[in-house]
Design a binder for this molecule. Sequence first.
Ligand SMILES: [Zn+2]
Length: 178
Amino acid sequence: MPVPRRHTRSTRTAPSPDPELFPTEAAPERENAPESASKAACDASASKQPGTPDAAPEPADDLEPLFARLARSEFRSRFRLRAAERAYVAAKGLAAIRGHAADFVHTRLAPAFPPNDGRQTPMRGHPVFVAQHATGCCCRGCLGKWHGIPAGRPLTAEEEAYVVRVLMAWIVRQMERG
Ligand SMILES: [Zn+2]
């Protein structure tokens, strides 16, 4: 009799192009646009949200209020992992992606005055970059407005860990969306 096979990772190998079905309208990413575009992109939606300190990073459920706020932002909620980025996450694995996230956060966000702050995060090219824009973790200005983490001083280790957790939670949600 045939051996029953378990397909625990059913859809992972075939990322669907679902993101294309969503009305993403004019893509927010205009990587070739002059500096003002990406700066404006960062400032545009962030100003709507006064930023509530999301302290005590614990279980993933405590991020629900944050994700609810992000969902109400037209700008933030437009970001999605596209097929190539989903495939990249699937190929590398979440642990590796988390390592990339920790590295990006530490080098590009954690310094008191990150180089090119406000434009240091590309709109695409790595799933973590997309996650950063989607969650308001793209620059110190957005981090202040969305997460209540003030600019002008280095991030603490706890804050770095919190940001990484937010980014990974967003990425996992995107991957589960199928
Ligand atoms: Zn920003």
